[in-house]
Design a protein around this ligand. Structure first.
Ligand SMILES: Cc1cc2nc3c(=O)[nH]c(=O)nc-3n(C[C@H](O)[C@H](O)[C@H](O)COP(=O)(O)O)c2cc1C
Length: 350
């Protein structure tokens, strides 16, 4: 093997898969650089045949309105880097990951070609990554059976991340009540809502590279609903929004969805360090893609984890001693979801 292989084309192929990774608010906070050299003081094997790329935060894209969003930024980049690594592996690269977490730099990947590749697996990964959506609509009253659940988590690295399936109706009802009590925090905290609002794309026909269209959030709704929501929810109209009860209305709507969901899934770790949050993303990438293949959808409920009070209450309800880093509705969606926008490769690769 030598360096005249098609690395830059392969990198683009890998990015074309990884760019479909889900991220909070669809902010896609990642950036990739090809490196000519790597720092000497780190134990990274360098050979003539190695390539190095870095995965960093793109500062201008990070969500910052709450300190706890930092965890979600690491998790989002974890999902992205897992897809990237997986794609390179299927293209026949040995891919070693080096954790830096220094300023914006998160990971350096060292890549060297081997003789084993799988075009079929690469194609499947690409198709599944493109077809995976967050589905925020109602789910069928179908409980997944234990075999399906075990298949979902079969590769989970339980030294770092653990999972819990919640299908007890009383527990789901208590969690729905937490949503009803606390999901309004997303809308009533001006700084948080201002940040979220920036990601809502009200014009269906205008191309975007990030964020969500109204159809991604609410499915297909009337023009009147869209315009009314746009006006009342505008951060400048926060008083009006509170007077007409928008935060409570939104919280109640989400709580009803949760109440009617046959199961929830949580993912936990021993701590909520940056490293655990990144590893969560790597595991979540696999689980979410497997769910997609099994015909199952996810709908994260991060508002419960972003604020201390609901987070603590959730831990108490679930009697889970680990840090809860992810919670989502899980099930068979009644209607298909819509595709959210994505950044182009050129925007990610520097
Ligand atoms: C760490 C993380 C947290 C998320 N939290 C929420 C959430 O609380 N509510 C929600 O509706 N979607 C949530 N999402 C889903 C994203 O909004 C979604 O991935 C993004 O808009 C792109 O859409 P897609 O998943 O359909 O491709 C979360 C995603 C990630 C990775």
């Amino acid at each position: 093997m030598n360096k005249n292989d098609n690395f830059s084309q392969n990198l683009k192929t890998a990015l074309d898969i990884a760019r479909h990774a889900p991220s909070s608010h669809n902010c896609q906070p990642w950036r990739v650089n090809i490196l000519d050299s790597v720092p000497n003081d780190y134990d990274i094997k360098k050979t003539e045949e190695s390539y190095f790329i870095s995965v960093s935060f793109d500062d201008s894209r990070l969500l910052t309105s709450l300190p706890t969003l930092k965890r979600e930024m690491y998790t989002s980049c974890g999902i992205f880097s897992q897809l990237l690594t997986q794609a390179f592996t299927y293209m026949g690269y040995q891919c070693d990951e080096h954790w830096f977490d220094n300023k914006d730099l998160i990971l350096i990947l060292s890549l060297s070609l081997t003789k084993t590749s799988s075009k079929h697996a690469l194609k499947q990964l690409h198709i599944t990554a493109i077809m995976r959506f967050t589905n925020r609509g109602p789910y069928e009253q179908v409980k997944i059976n234990i075999k399906e659940y075990e298949a979902l988590i079969s590769d989970l690295n339980t030294n770092i991340i653990n999972s819990q399936l919640i299908h007890n109706a009383n527990l789901i009802s208590s969690i729905a009540q937490l949503i009803e009590d606390y999901a309004g925090l997303d809308f009533s905290n001006k700084k948080v809502w201002q940040e979220t609002y920036r990601f809502i794309r009200f014009d269906d026909n205008k191309a975007a590279e990030d964020g969500f269209y109204i159809r991604n959030l609410f499915g297909s709704v009337s023009w009147i609903f869209k315009q009314t929501f746009r006006f009342i929810s505008h951060p400048k109209n926060d008083l009006l929004s509170k007077i007409v009860g928008l935060p409570n209305y939104m919280a109640k709507g989400l709580a009803n969805l949760v109440k009617d969901t046959p199961q929830l899934i949580i993912l936990t770790a021993k701590d909520d360090s940056n490293y655990s949050s990144l590893q969560l993303g790597k595991e979540l990438a696999d689980i979410w893609l497997k769910a997609q293949v099994q015909g199952l959808s996810f709908h994260p409920l991060s508002v419960l984890l972003q604020n201390d009070v609901p987070r603590e209450k959730l831990s108490n309800i679930l009697k889970n001693n680990e840090e809860i880093l992810f919670i989502a509705r899980l099930g068979v969606a009644k209607t298909p979801a819509n595709k959210a926008p994505r950044r182009q490769i050129e925007s990610i690769l520097n």
